[in-house]
Each structure stands twice: as structure tokens, then as C-alpha cells.
Design a binder for this molecule. Structure first.
Ligand code: HEM
Length: 118
């Protein structure tokens, strides 16, 4: 079970890499658009993150920090909302409002920071 948990964590990190990588391509030299790859990344990170939020496959003395996990969930929901609204605005007017575009990248990094520093 512990190995399986590590595999799910690995998948969670792939989701993070896909989301942040796709965003970075757009942010630095790209058109600053919301892309399908970002949606795929956030979905992978969310599904694997929710699987990791349940207490299974942990060593006996390890307790989960539910405040940290709840905070990460709220931030992820905001990122997903920014992606959804940003994409709708992109279709309508051809551009993503900067606050939504930069919000996606910054909040994704905030979540990774919370994961490793809290
Ligand atoms: C964009 C969103 C997210 C990013 C960038 C992210 C990033 C990360 C990273 C970098 C780790 C590895 C930390 C380590 O092993 O030290 C991690 C672990 C973890 N994440 Fe996420 N995460 C996100 C969303 C979520 C969500 C939504 C949940 C659950 C509701 C979640 C739950 C967890 C759990 C339980 C772990 C295992 C280690 C720990 O307790 O910190 N994550 N995440």
C-alpha cells in the first residue's frame, strides 16, 4: 500500500508538472492563453490529490495535516475556476484577463510551496 501511495504521489506531481509547464510555456514567449494541457494537468493533480487526501498507505506514526490539505483543495478549486472563466473569456473576446492568467501560475506555485514548506 505504501508503494501504491508513492505511485499516486508521483502521478500527482506529473499533474503539477503538466499544469505548471503548460502555463510557463504560455507565460514566457507564448500567447498567454489558457490551453487544454493546463486543464488536463489540473485534473490529474486534483484526482491524485484527492486520493492522497485519504489516510491510506501511511506509516503508523504519520498523521495527516488536514488544514494543509483543505487549504490546497481551496486553492486548486480557485485555479480550476480561473482556468474555466479564463477560457470562456478567451473564446468570447480573444484574450484572457491578466489577473486570471497570472493567477493560475502564481496559485499553482503557492500550492506547491504549501505542499513542501507547511
Ligand atoms: C495545483 C494544485 C496542487 C499542487 C501544485 C500540488 C503540489 C504538491 C506537491 C509538490 C507535493 C509533494 C510534496 C512532498 O512530497 O513533500 C504534493 C503532495 C500532496 N498533495 Fe498536492 N498539490 C496540489 C493540489 C492538491 C490537492 C487538491 C490535494 C487534496 C485535496 C492535495 C493533496 C496532497 C497530499 C495529501 C500530498 C502528500 C504529501 C503531503 O501531505 O503534503 N494536493 N502536492
Amino acid at each position: 500500500m505504501e508503494t501504491l501511495r508513492h505511485i499516486v504521489l508521483f502521478i500527482h506531481l506529473i499533474g503539477f508538472a503538466v499544469l505548471f509547464g503548460a502555463w510557463a510555456v504560455q507565460a514566457f514567449g507564448g500567447k498567454r492563453e489558457i490551453t487544454r494541457l493546463m486543464q488536463i494537468g489540473v485534473t490529474i493533480a486534483a484526482v491524485a490529490g484527492l486520493a492522497l487526501a485519504a489516510p491510506w498507505g501511511l506509516p503508523e506514526d504519520v498523521k495527516m495535516n488536514m488544514m494543509k490539505i483543505g487549504t490546497k483543495l481551496v486553492i486548486l478549486l480557485i485555479v480550476a475556476a480561473f482556468l474555466g472563466i479564463g477560457q470562456a473569456r478567451q473564446r468570447k473576446s480573444g484574450a484572457v484577463p491578466p489577473v486570471l492568467f497570472w493567477g493560475v501560475g502564481i496559485l499553482t506555485l503557492v500550492n506547491a510551496g504549501i505542499a513542501v514548506l507547511w
